[in-house]
Design a protein around this ligand. Structure first.
Ligand code: ADP
Ligand code: MG
Length: 253
């Protein structure tokens, strides 16, 4: 029996990372199962982004392992992990502002499918790319806006476009580092509704400061403080954990 059948998509085991004397990731273990949103919360500097970089391969770990869909990621770089479906998403730099929404998504689809179109004539190839890109734009509710340049999209729409670029890569897990950042109330509300559906596409490891979003979305929450997971459980369990309230929410129990 494979791990995928049991629902285990990503397994982080005893991961460590130091920057000089600073232990940024200190023995972190966590799992991500199919269909779930696992939120990772913690104060600034807790090591959340460092952990995401270790998982996606952007930062080498001192020790520990990342097992994705049953495969040990040791020795694989960012591009190789992304190709397998484990990629950090919401890299704003990947949106080309001068290009239309459609063209941005077409480029992502083409990048993902690599050379698989090489036997088609270019006109046919464009039709296939447009078709696939439009279906992704419909999925993120940007159809009707496909010819608008990314620069002219609203902030919320640009976030939807970033999700479209992520979807084009057909990930088997989403690693989202603060997707709500900079969104107003309406944008946040739309993104929450969208992420709620997105978990069925692939499970989400969600780093987020917006606690309303975390409490609305998370199946499980892990709390990171000084590189260590100090609590992990359901929304209810973590909310009521006295250590969390003290160390993270800044309350006395
Ligand atoms: P978070 O995302 O939870 O706010 P980070 O992972 O960005 O935290 O940072 C964790 C700690 O590691 C911080 O103290 C930060 O200053 C430090 N840090 C992060 N990246 C580096 C680096 N490349 N070199 C040295 N220190 C770093
Ligand atoms: Mg961070």
């Amino acid at each position: 029996m494979t791990k995928i059948e049991t629902g285990l998509v990503l397994e982080i085991k005893d991961l460590n990372k130091s920057f000089g004397a600073l232990k940024a990731t200190d023995g972190v273990s966590l799992t991500l199962n199919s269909g779930e949103i696992h939120a990772l919360i913690g104060p600034n500097g807790a090591g959340k982004s460092t952990l995401i970089k270790q998982i996606c391969g952007g930062l080498a770990s001192d020790s520990g392992s990342v097992v994705f869909c049953g495969q040990d990621m040791a020795g694989l770089d960012v591009a190789e992990r992304a190709q397998l479906g484990l990629g950090r998403t919401f890299q704003i730099s990947s949106v080309i502002l001068e290009f239309s929404a459609l063209r941005n998504v077409m480029l992502a689809v083409q990048a993902n499918e690599g050379t698989s179109y090489r036997f088609f004539k270019s006109v046919r190839k464009d039709q296939i790319l447009v078709g696939r890109a439009m279906s992704i734009l419909r999925q993120v509710e940007l159809d009707g806006r496909e010819n608008v340049s990314a620069a002219e999209l609203s902030h919320g729409e640009r976030r939807q476009l970033e999700i479209a670029l992520a979807l084009a890569l057909e990930p088997k897990a989403f690693l989202l580092d603060e997707p709500m950042a900079g969104l107003g109330p309406d944008g946040s509300k739309r993104l929450i509704a969208f992420l709620d559906e997105l978990r069925h596409e692939a499970p989400i490891l969600l780093i987020e400061h917006d606690m309303d979003a975390v409490f609305a979305l998370a199946d499980r929450i892990s709390v990171l403080v000084y590189g260590r997971i100090v609590a992990s459980g359901s929304v209810e369990e973590v909310r009521n954990d006295p250590h969390v309230r003290e160390a993270y929410l800044g309350e006395t129990a």
